[in-house]
Design a protein around this ligand. Structure first.
Ligand code: ZN
Length: 138
């Protein structure tokens, strides 16, 4: 779930310039991510984002990590999410060339482990696009 979240966030930020989800509820069965968008995504756009995530899963790319200094991180990433008192060295998680972000969480070793990605519902209200997704084992 968490690794799928990385892929969805990376692609949403690339396509819409909306940044990564500002609110996330990641659970075992179903997860929700919220993005600030000026208008609702169409069904076609949602299926296109979903297809992208499944494409990366099918490509079975490696998930790798890299440790860099906070100073270097500041020049490469939005540091606003970094917790106070984070260590001098921070971890960057890469999913092939598709996504990189600062993260201390646990990830799959390669994307095929994620399973099948499905956006099961969406909602748009007051400038917030919510995407709900599930994973099915293949
Ligand atoms: Zn992560």
């Amino acid at each position: 779930m968490h690794s799928a979240e990385h892929l969805l966030n990376g692609e949403m930020a690339r396509r819409y310039g909306c940044g990564r989800a500002f609110s996330a509820h990641i659970e075992r069965k179903k997860s929700k991510l919220d993005y600030h968008l000026p208008q609702a995504m169409t069904e076609e756009e949602i299926r296109s984002v979903e297809a992208f995530v499944n494409h990366v899963i099918d490509a079975d790319v490696k998930v790798t990590e890299e440790f860099i200094s906070q100073d270097e991180a500041k020049s490469r990433f939005d540091m606003s999410r970094l917790p106070e008192g984070a260590s001098e060295t921070v971890r960057v998680v890469h999913i092939g060339d598709y996504d990189e972000c600062l993260c201390a969480g646990a990830h799959v070793a390669h994307t095929a482990e994620i399973g099948r990605f499905r956006i099961t519902s969406s909602r748009y209200q007051d400038g917030v696009q919510r995407l709900v997704f599930k994973l099915d084992s293949k």
